[in-house]
Each structure stands twice: as structure tokens, then as C-alpha cells.
Design a protein around this ligand. Structure first.
Ligand code: ZN
Length: 342
């Protein structure tokens, strides 16, 4: 798109309280049957209107149709037992109840394509759709069949590619793969993680993006980040590999993060989704703070490659806080555009 500093969000927004209990991950649906289908669509409409009013240019469905960014996709696959879950430690940080892989994985039918078609039909703005990345999928389940994370991730990558091609054909402009695991398993990223990601994105006509992050603002992540030291240099290892990859856009959290901003220079040639909204605090940024965060990166990333964004998903926040943060992002970007226009 031609607008300077096109704004977007990582993906998720809080759900209305009539659809799912607020401020929790894996919140159960409060509706069923046709009422659930209708309720999800109404929630998508609300999420779109809130983004449009806030001045977000590349909009998402706020992940209103999924319970969780990884397990909802995995649950739709064959070879996976989601009725008898197992508890595993994910991202080496916290325990979660996850599906079990019990046989070869396959996608019996499209997972999000109908939802994406509905989303595209409800807005005139370009749409971004999020899929879990293959490494993060392999890290968010109990594998009792493959016994080899690289092989499992590559099987997921092939499934993701089929899904992504259909999403692009449905009118999606950007497909983003969420790979928080890229900040945890640095060696695996280089040996097979990027290869699996590129396989998932192979041949896509639309823009492709990868969202790497230090996670939602939940307690397990906040304490993990506390132990990472005063400078977070994990990206120093992954960015050069990503810069050499076929992926078009890479996200990074900048607001209130300890990521040295000069590391962004390692992403030459890529669009950089710059996280200018902290998702780990209820304090709402001022437009001036958003502008200052963005201006910090301009010495390292050409302005035409900057895509202002949130640090991560907003799903664990209250709706009021999330809405205010969206507006702060839009207003902050408007300030910067005004300054650049001189
Ligand atoms: Zn994230």
C-alpha cells in the first residue's frame, strides 16, 4: 500500500464479554451452535470498526474466531488428539494443556478460509491474517508420533502452505506466521526453523510476515524477560538469517523493551513491523510516546520500510485498555506523518 507508515496490529484483540470471558488465554466460548457462529462474526465486525476508527491501515479479525493462536489451528488437523490433552511446558516457560500428535498430521479441510472470506467482505482496508509458525506449532503440543521436532515442523509447514495459499486466494493481503519460539530455540531456528517457515510461505502471491516476540504480558513471560539481562540480544542471531530469507516483513517489540534498537539494522531490505505499543502494561501510551518510539528506529530502518505495530497480541488486556492503545498507535503515527510532511 502507498500510505507512509502503514499501521497494523500483531493480531489479537480482546473478545466481547458475551463471547468469551475477558482477560484470559484459552477462554472458553460462552455461546454454542449457530449463536456461536453469529457471535464470532459480530465480534469480527466490532474488531474491524475499532481498528478503523483508531486509524489502523492493515486490519485483522482480532482473532475473534479462535480460542488460541496455535491450538485452534492444530485442533482442526487430523493426526491430532485434542480430546485427550497433555500438559507440557511450552517456550521452556509455562505449562499448558495442549493437543497430542498421535499420527501423521494432515488438514482434512480449510481451517480459517471461510472466516477470512467473511473478514475481507466486511472491510475496504487490506487484511492481514495470522497463522501459527511451524516451529511454534511443534512447541505447543505433545508429540507422540514423529519423535523429531524438525520433521514435525516440516509436516506442519506443508499444511500451513496449503492453508496460506487459500487465504491469499480469498483476498488476504498479508499472511503472518507467529513464531515466538524463534526467541527461545536459537540453534534450531538456524538449522531448520527458517527452512520450515520458508516452506510455509512458499509461492504466496501476497506479502508474508513473521511475528517474533517475547510473548503476551502474562506473568510467566514477564518473569522470563526479567532474567534476560539488561539487553535482549536474541534477535542478533535470528535477524541475519531472516534478512537472507524469502519473508517480506519481520516484527520486533520496541516499546519498553530491552532490545537494542540498532539490531534493526540487521534486517536490511525487509519491512520492519515496529512494536510501539507495550502489551505488558495497562498504562496507555500517549501519541507522543508512540511517535518517539518510532523515531528511534528511523536511523536504522528506512522510513518506507517501517510498519508501526503493537509489540504482541492485545488479547489478555481489557477492551477499554486495548481500544485506547489502538487509538494511541493511530494518533502517534499521525503525529509522525505530520512531522515528516514538514
Ligand atoms: Zn507476540
Amino acid at each position: 500500500m502507498s500510505v507512509l507508515l502503514p499501521t497494523t496490529i500483531s493480531g489479537s484483540l480482546p473478545k466481547p464479554s458475551w463471547l468469551a470471558p475477558p482477560e484470559q488465554l484459552w477462554a472458553p466460548w460462552l455461546l454454542e451452535g449457530q449463536a456461536l457462529i453469529d457471535g464470532k462474526q459480530d465480534a469480527v465486525r466490532l474488531a474491524l470498526r475499532e481498528q478503523e476508527e483508531a486509524g489502523i491501515d492493515i486490519v485483522t479479525d482480532g482473532e475473534q474466531t479462535r480460542q488460541h493462536f496455535v491450538t485452534t489451528f492444530i485442533d482442526a488437523l487430523e493426526g491430532v488428539d485434542f480430546a485427550h490433552r497433555a500438559t507440557v511446558k511450552i517456550r521452556q516457560r509455562y505449562e499448558a494443556s495442549v493437543p497430542r500428535v498421535v499420527g501423521p498430521v494432515s488438514r482434512p479441510r480449510p481451517v480459517y478460509v471461510d472466516d477470512a472470506r467473511f473478514l475481507v467482505g466486511e472491510t475496504t482496508r487490506p487484511v492481514k491474517y495470522q497463522l501459527p509458525g511451524p516451529m511454534t506449532m511443534a512447541d505447543t503440543l505433545a508429540d507422540e508420533h514423529y519423535g523429531d521436532r524438525a520433521a514435525l515442523a516440516m509436516a506442519f509447514a506443508e499444511i500451513l502452505n496449503d492453508e496460506a495459499r487459500e487465504l491469499a486466494a480469498a483476498g488476504v493481503s498479508v499472511i503472518q506466521f507467529d513464531e515466538p519460539a524463534f526467541n527461545v530455540y536459537m540453534d534450531d531456528v538456524k538449522t531448520w526453523g527458517i527452512a520450515a517457515l520458508e516452506r510455509a510461505a512458499e509461492g504466496l502471491e501476497c506479502k508474508t510476515a513473521v511475528h517474533i516476540c517475547y510473548g503476551y504480558g502474562i506473568e510467566a513471560n514477564i518473569s522470563w524477560k526479567g532474567g534476560l539481562g539488561s539487553e535482549w540480544r536474541q534477535y542478533e542471531e535470528t535477524f541475519p538469517v531472516l534478512a537472507a530469507s524469502s519473508i517480506d516483513q519481520v516484527s520486533i517489540e520496541v516499546a519498553n523493551s530491552h532490545v537494542p534498537v540498532e539490531l534493526l539494522g540487521l534486517l536490511q531490505g525487509k519491512d520492519v513491523m515496529v512494536g510501539a505499543i507495550d502489551v505488558a502494561t495497562n498504562a496507555v501510551e500517549t501519541p507522543e510516546e508512540v511517535a518517539a518510539t518510532l523515531e528511534q528506529v528511523f536511523p536504522h530502518v528506512p522510513v518506507e520500510h517501517v510498519v508501526p505495530c503493537t509489540n504482541c497480541g492485545l488479547v489478555p488486556l481489557s477492551r477499554d485498555v486495548a481500544r485506547a492503545k489502538l487509538r494511541a498507535l493511530g494518533a502517534g503515527v499521525a503525529l509522525v506523518r505530520g512531522e515528516l510532511a514538514g
